[in-house]
Ligand binder design. Structure first.
Ligand code: C2E
Ligand code: MG
Ligand code: MG
Ligand code: MG
Length: 290
């Protein structure tokens, strides 16, 4: 066929596309089996108070170790889970696992856990009720869970998203806007939804120490959110220089590799214990040089 279709390059192109499409189908099949096979895990990335250096919470991040494909990053499988509708079941597994884990940690971690919601989950009218029934089953107070929503999620079918977000808010969940500044930012979303926290995307955190102009952009985002009564979390903090720049902007919370990578549940518990004994600066100083 290659010659008829115009030579080797198009043959190459078509077979590459076929390969990619085929891989997507195979990943989707594997993803359907992954829940039953227990191939998912959650890792927890610490979030600290900028001023006191104390651990206030963590973000739960999905990890998939596929028997067939090995480690597959969430940016790769979440879109497939969304496309195939599996995201609802997966999202249900995530909140179950978080509640279960909070009870397993008991007194060794009393902070809150941030759970990511996909745009598709926000289209499900029963979401707030579903989440609350999981929390009730495990006797987890709603204050211990915050939910992260992206800008893109609020734009897609905004009307039904608004009503689901309103239900979540009424149920008592803390809500954060995730990856702020990377989507189709319309500032009206900041007032249309009642959001408690704004997560400054890591691209702003990275650029702000490289160019003075960029620092002004980050500063403006922080000030705007503060004037709307929101708390600020900086994502992707990797260097001490970024940390001090964020301290200067009076950013409320820090999250990033400088503080810790996302950790399996047992390592997170150790991290929490260490941080009660030593200060954050001591913990950071002990990190091996990158
Ligand atoms: P996100 O919610 O914005 O999560 C932050 C991502 O940044 C995570 O990537 C985290 O590992 C990474 N990160 C944290 N600190 C640093 C840093 O200092 N430097 C760098 N370079 N990266 C850092 P991850 O775990 O690969 O997750 C990617 C995305 O997948 C998440 O972005 C989130 O949108 C989605 N995701 C992860 N878990 C879930 C889940 O349970 N449900 C849903 N719906 N989405 C999830
Ligand atoms: Mg997030
Ligand atoms: Mg984020
Ligand atoms: Mg992200």
């Amino acid at each position: 066929h290659a010659k008829e279709q115009g030579g080797n390059s198009s043959h190459f192109f078509n077979s590459e596309l076929q390969k990619i499409a085929k891989e997507g189908v195979l990943l989707e099949q594997a993803l359907h089996l992954a829940l039953a096979r227990n191939e998912f895990a959650l890792h927890y990335q610490p979030i600290v108070d900028t001023e006191t250096g104390q651990l206030v919470g963590a973000e739960a991040l999905l990890r998939w170790h596929s028997e067939q494909f090995g480690f597959v990053p969430p940016d790769r499988f979440i879109p497939i889970a969304e496309h195939s509708g599996l995201i609802h079941e997966l999202g249900h597994w995530v909140i179950e696992e978080v509640c279960h884990q909070l009870n397993r940690w008991g007194e060794s971690f009393t902070g809150s856990i941030a759970v990511n919601l996909s745009a598709h989950q926000l289209q499900y009218a029963g979401l707030a009720e579903q989440l609350m029934s999981v929390l009730n089953k495990h006797r987890i107070p709603v204050e211990r869970i915050s939910l992260e929503i992206t800008e893109t999620a609020m734009i897609q079918d905004a009307n039904s998203a608004v009503s689901v977000v309103t239900d979540l808010k009424e149920a008592g969940f803390m809500l954060s806007i995730d990856d702020f500044g990377t989507g189709y930012s319309s500032l009206s979303y900041l007032t249309r939804f009642q959001l408690d926290k704004l997560k400054v995307d890591r691209c702003f955190v990275q650029k702000m120490t490289e160019q003075p102009q960029e620092r002004l952009v980050t500063k403006a985002i922080v000030q705007l959110a503060k004037s709307l009564g929101m708390q600020i979390v900086a994502e992707g903090v990797e260097t001490l220089e970024q940390k001090s720049a964020l301290e200067a902007l009076e950013c409320d919370y820090l999250q990033g590799y400088l503080i810790s990578k996302p950790l399996p549940a047992n390592e997170f518990e150790l991290f929490a214990k260490n941080l009660t004994r030593a200060s954050l600066d001591e913990c950071i100083a002990r990190l091996p040089e990158a």
